[in-house]
Design a binder for this molecule. Sequence first.
Ligand SMILES: Cc1cc2nc3c(=O)[nH]c(=O)nc-3n(C[C@H](O)[C@H](O)[C@H](O)COP(=O)(O)OP(=O)(O)OC[C@H]3O[C@@H](n4cnc5c(N)ncnc54)[C@H](O)[C@@H]3O)c2cc1C
Length: 281
Amino acid sequence: MVAWVRTLNKKGWSVPDWPEEYGGTGWTPVQHYIFNEEGQMYPVQGLPDFGTSLVGPVIYTFGNEVQKKYYLPRIANADDWWCQGFSGPDAGSDLASLKTRAVRHDDHYIVNGQKTWTTLAQYADWIFCLVRTNPDVKKQQGISFLLIDKETPGVSVRPIQLIDDGPKVNEVFFDNVRVPVRVVARESKRQKGTQDPASAILKIKGSEIQQATAELLLDMVGPYALPALSKSDLESHNEAPIGPDWVATIAPAYFNVRKVSIYGGSNEIQKNIIAKAILGL
Ligand SMILES: Cc1cc2nc3c(=O)[nH]c(=O)nc-3n(C[C@H](O)[C@H](O)[C@H](O)COP(=O)(O)OP(=O)(O)OC[C@H]3O[C@@H](n4cnc5c(N)ncnc54)[C@H](O)[C@@H]3O)c2cc1C
């Protein structure tokens, strides 16, 4: 995976969506579409998109020059892997209730608290976190976006066991973690903003299509989907799977995409946004 990203990076294609000045391509939407479709025809995989699609764009939009110069090339070359520390206990849909605190001491913040559902934290080098830096204002304000090196003393990761057996989500704990102030990308000051309901519609539709496709495959293969085997099971299995070999991962994939209508803002939350922004309810 890393070798593939670096091969692409040599050609300037590892972060094609980014602006050209930060290593992107400047392609048209059609060129992006062709590139993605070609990529999917081969057994190659890009990195999880926490770096390329999430924190990278935040850094080139809001970061300072030092941050841009340091982090962006390392993301594009897969030198650093990232995970997303937004959700905390009792702070998922209601993200503004997050309790992880960062208290400033001179040129450092001291971070204490917990994140949960942190996908792939076990592999990540860095975690970008929403933390409360000002507890004396409305809960939607006083939240900052911190970039935390996961190797910093006091950061620990505990896996959450899932139904599909994949150790992919985690709890992340911060115990007096010292974070240099220079890695703050921004503190939220605004309470209200105009939400674009287009992204809410796309999120719902995208989730529904993925889940409907996974369910259709499950229905098609019927009982052959019962001995659900993950990819790693298959690799370590001595016996041939029951039925054609391509059916073995269909049930795990079906269970796996149950998550897409929950994470990144559940479908109910997206519908609330549409109700408010389009229907004025
Ligand atoms: C597999 C997986 C991976 C994830 N990865 C990450 C990650 O990498 N980083 C990260 O930060 N987070 C991650 N998340 C967390 C995800 O963003 C939250 O699960 C999500 O925001 C929902 O929050 P919650 O789980 O606390 O559920 P809750 O917010 O408690 O919601 C429970 C139910 O109540 C409904 N509900 C809540 N509020 C309302 C409302 N106002 N109106 C109508 N219905 C409502 C929800 O739709 C949902 O059905 C992941 C989650 C999953 C399942």
